[in-house]
Ligand binder design. Structure first.
Ligand SMILES: Nc1ncnc2c1ncn2[C@@H]1O[C@H](COP(=O)(O)OP(=O)(O)OP(=O)(O)O)[C@@H](O)[C@H]1O
Ligand SMILES: [Mg+2]
Length: 248
């Protein structure tokens, strides 16, 4: 076995009396596609936040390619190869697709307007355009974000998360708010991501989560309750109990 891309060992997170994440342990292999599913409040985003460094776990250990990052700052994790999107969008609405990607490539905030006045041969600009291509937004480079559809915004967020060339890409509900017509495009795009990128996604839509993943982690009340291949998930009695309210 090679070193896991990500290793979670008994990761827990409390908010006061609330145990939002409880004793979560799993490995994600390099190149793996891992879906994390579970009902609202299950602790999925909190788990992501401990992995990305928004706050540390209350206890437990997180390793990225064998390196202990449990207490590392978010920017250190970014530098070490974690890229993420947020459940709530962080795009700059008044800027174009190209400018948003450019800002992400430069890793700066757009209030420093000077960074947006780039030379035509700026490598960051070339990279921004390549990212637009990768997330299927190349025809919309000059479009301002406020004119994009919901699905196009989600694509742009993924493009921005890819700007730092992450080894591990973490997407928090990439299909949230997408129309039925936009969903197959998102799935297709996720499938074009190279296996050099390990993918972990939180997703409520099973029509995306299952075909996009090699393995599915099901969380409930902060705990991992099922870990199984996607073709086993819908028939799993625990999953059925959670989603259909049978038993328990
Ligand atoms: N910063 C915080 N402070 C206090 N409680 C929090 C905080 N973040 C999350 N929680 C609580 O932790 C629990 C898990 O929340 P979390 O957002 O991780 O769930 P989730 O699985 O992502 O849910 P959803 O599917 O609705 O996004 C919830 O009870 C939530 O209210
Ligand atoms: Mg969430």
């Amino acid at each position: 076995m090679s070193t896991p891309a990500l290793r979670l060992s008994s990761v827990s997170r409390r908010f006061g009396a609330l145990q939002a994440v409880r004793d979560v342990t799993f490995d994600v292999a390099p190149g793996e596609r891992r879906a994390v599913i579970g009902p609202n409040g299950a602790g999925k985003t909190t788990l992501f936040n401990t992995i990305c460094g928004d706050f540390p776990p209350s206890s437990g250990r997180i390793e990225l390619f064998g390196l202990d990052i449990t207490r590392a700052r978010p920017h250190q994790r970014t530098r070490l190869g974690i890229g993420r999107t947020y459940q709530t969008s962080l795009l700059f609405n008044g800027l174009t697709v190209e400018q948003n990607l450019f800002v992400a490539v430069r890793g700066v905030q757009p209030h420093r307007w000077s960074v947006l006045r780039s030379g035509r041969d700026d490598p960051a600009l070339a990279k921004a355009r390549a990212l637009a291509e990768r997330v299927q937004l190349a025809p919309l480079l000059s479009e301002r974000v406020l004119n994009l559809s919901h699905g196009q915004r989600r694509q742009l967020e993924i493009g921005m998360a890819l700007a730092g060339d992450p080894k591990v890409l973490m997407l928090d509900e990439p299909a949230a708010g997408l129309s039925a017509g936009e969903r197959p495009g998102l799935l297709a795009m996720l499938r074009t991501l190279p296996r050099s990128v390990t993918l972990i996604l939180i997703e409520h839509d099973m029509d995306i989560a299952l075909p996009a993943s090699d393995i599915v982690t099901v969380m409930k009340d902060g705990e991992v309750v099922v870990e199984a291949a996607p073709d086993r998930i819908e028939d799993d009695p625990t999953v059925q109990a959670i989603y259909l309210g049978t038993g328990h």
